[in-house]
Write a protein that binds this ligand. Structure first.
Ligand code: JAH
Length: 252
């Protein structure tokens, strides 16, 4: 899979892309990530890419010309042109189902904005898919783009060491629930012990315990995940006033 990232701050990605899992996947030719500095597509001698919003108001808007022309040039670099994605708080929510769709693409082109967002003509001309990682405002799309890349590349065949570990992840298709608690050595730590069943060697009993614990945790923390009406429309998820999602969670 090839991933092109368009950004005003390409250096933000270097630490993330340098991590060993990703470096190895890139070295093995499984993934190729190319960074493109939108500022290089600025029209004027001062390399300006932002301007004041028509109609007034605070902040600046990312100009259409550098973004549109950078996208067109990058998409023309190789075939296929790729699935064009703009990271935006106004986009469709990133879910594991969306991640699975994106992982099936041969090429993604991710566009990261800054300032108060993009000139509307970027969307009208390019008709990108708009994706949001959650209902909060970031200082730009870069962190959201890294979340997309991180979630997608682990589904690209052979990228993970243990190739099958992701098929049973929480939220993967066929699994809508949370997973049971996990333990490793030592058997006792500060007076807290590992549940006896996990030490029993009885694989059927262990599988049954994990399934029950996963269901209990899901019901307590994320009842919305088991509600089909909510799965179809996540904004339908509401808590009764005063209802605790998980009374076993420590209060901080
Ligand atoms: C902020 C352009 N869903 C998270 C998200 C994604 C993008 C942005 N904010 C939040 C953003 C400023 C400019 C995009």
């Amino acid at each position: 899979m090839r991933i092109d990232v368009l950004t005003l701050f390409p250096e933000i990605f270097s630490g993330y892309l340098g991590q060993s899992l990703l470096s190895k996947a890139i070295a093995r030719g499984l993934i190729e990530v190319r960074l493109h500095d939108i500022r290089r597509w600025s029209h004027d001698k001062h390399q300006k890419v932002d301007d004041r919003p028509y109609g007034g108001g605070p902040g600046m808007v990312l100009k259409a010309e550098p973004v549109v022309e950078c996208v067109e040039a990058v998409r023309a670099e190789a075939s296929p042109a790729g699935c064009l994605i703009v990271l935006s708080p106004q986009g469709e929510r990133l879910t594991q189902q969306v991640v699975e769709e994106l992982a099936a693409e041969p090429r993604l082109v991710l566009v990261c904005g800054r300032y108060e967002g993009f000139d509307q003509r970027v969307f009208d001309l390019l008709r990108p898919r708009e994706i949001s990682i959650g209902d909060y405002v970031l200082n730009g799309g870069e962190v959201a783009a890294m979340a997309v890349i991180d979630a997608v590349i682990r589904l690209v065949p052979d990228v993970l060491g243990d190739e099958q570990s992701h098929v049973q992840d929480s939220f993967s298709s066929g699994n809508r629930g949370l997973e049971a608690a996990q333990y490793t050595r030592p058997r006792e730590y500060r007076g807290l012990t590992v549940p006896e069943v996990l030490l029993s060697g009885d694989h059927a009993a262990i599988a049954q315990w994990r399934q029950l614990e996963g269901l209990r945790k899901t019901q307590q923390r994320r009842a919305d995940l088991n509600d089909d009406s909510v799965a179809a429309n996540p904004s339908a998820a509401t808590l009764e006033p005063g209802t605790e999602r998980d009374t076993n969670l420590p209060k901080h």
